[in-house]
Design a protein around this ligand. Structure first.
Ligand SMILES: C[S@@+](CC[C@H](N)C(=O)[O-])C[C@H]1O[C@@H](n2cnc3c(N)ncnc32)[C@H](O)[C@@H]1O
Length: 334
């Protein structure tokens, strides 16, 4: 079993935990690993993001971990596009002989995610039109249809071309499942302008003697009381995030682009982390690619556990985390 810590800045990062036959072996016995990463006894504050990266098969890694270890699990599998996914740095296969074969491959990942989540945890499955509808049925069967919470539409901006066979495909879908009835999201808000707020309300604007702007609010149907809603207060509170997320895709000139194929934006994963992982909590990504989940977790003060089976992916993830200056946990390992 090889183990290495290649970046000084990444003392907490242990990877290349792969046997000579390419089989993933956890670097600690699973009991210790679970306690270490998730135990309440660890005083991991919001500023002390810590994480680990493993090179190996994600499913084997998941099977080696103890039950109820993670606050959230995000999986961004190959979408079954039928074509290899190639970038400047990295290439992964995305071909299955049939939908059944794909679902048979995906199903144990989802089952393991279910086992690995804490009772109030969250599961995110990121797909697109190729397979998401079939995967929804599969995931309903494992998590329970009543635990399905959202179909998040990640709408990415970018070039559009006139098309007459179908509309331009400009979104991915993230299926969001609660692990149990006690799962609660942290509400998210996005900044918006006074103009956007007033445009949405389409109401007459009034002014206090000191010039402060307000509109009438109504206490509700059948109630006569009206009250003042101050515009500045509403604008500073932000707008609740809904199920359509407008976030630019990583295009060829994006600053955060690593060259890894199908890299997702950090802004997307920051939302995932903020909404479904408490500060200091743990998110797992067992098809981690270029490590976007780790960067987002680190930037938002969450811990992470990343696995990918491709050495290029792990290498890029490690470089990104080093660049992001993730705080180091004083942990000398097992
Ligand atoms: C869509 S990409 C993930 C991209 C990632 N979210 C990012 O932002 O860079 C899918 C990843 O799944 C990985 N993968 C596929 N099968 C895997 C397996 N059995 N174990 C671990 N990783 C796997 C691929 O190597 C690829 O990096």
């Amino acid at each position: 079993m090889a183990r290495s810590k290649t970046h000084k800045q990444l003392h907490f990062t242990e990877y290349a935990v792969v046997s000579e036959r390419g089989v993933y072996v956890p670097s600690r016995n699973s009991e210790t690993m679970g306690r270490d990463l998730t135990g309440a006894e660890q005083s991991v504050g919001t500023a002390q993001a810590v994480g680990r990266i493993a090179l190996g098969d994600g499913l084997t890694a998941m099977r080696a971990l103890p039950d109820a270890s993670f606050d959230a699990i995000y999986l961004d599998p190959p979408f079954r596009t039928g074509k290899p996914k190639r970038g400047d740095r990295g290439l992964f296969t995305d071909q299955w002989p049939s939908m059944d074969a794909y679902l048979n491959w995906l199903s144990p990942f989802v089952a393991q995610a279910h086992r690995l989540l804490v009772p109030a945890g969250w599961f995110w499955l990121h797909l697109d039109w190729h397979s998401v509808h079939y995967a929804k049925v599969l995931t309903d069967g494992i998590f329970g249809a009543r635990h399905f919470r959202n179909e998040i539409v990640w709408h990415y901006t970018g070039r559009r071309t006139p098309a007459d066979r179908r509309f331009n495909q400009k979104h991915d879908t993230l299926l969001l499942y609660a692990r149990g009835d006690k799962s609660r999201l942290s509400p998210l808000a996005e900044a918006w302008s006074r103009e956007d707020y007033l445009h949405m309300k389409r109401q007459q604007l009034h002014h206090d003697p000191d010039g402060r702007e307000w509109i009438w609010g109504h206490a509700g149907r059948g109630r006569s009381k009206a009250y003042r809603i101050y515009v500045d207060e509403q604008v500073s509170r932000g707008r609740a995030v809904d199920s359509v997320w407008d976030i630019p895709i990583i295009n060829t000139s994006a600053e955060e682009r690593t060259g890894y194929p199908t890299q997702k934006p950090v802004a997307l994963l920051e939302r995932v982390c903020r909404a479904s992982v408490p500060p200091g909590g743990l998110i797992g990504d067992f098809m981690a690619g270029s490590g976007t989940t780790g960067v987002a977790a680190c930037r938002t003060g969450r811990r992470f556990y990343l696995v990918d089976r491709l050495p290029e992916a792990v290498q890029i993830a490690e470089e990104r985390l080093a660049e992001a200056g993730c705080p180091v946990r004083a942990d000398e390992g097992p």
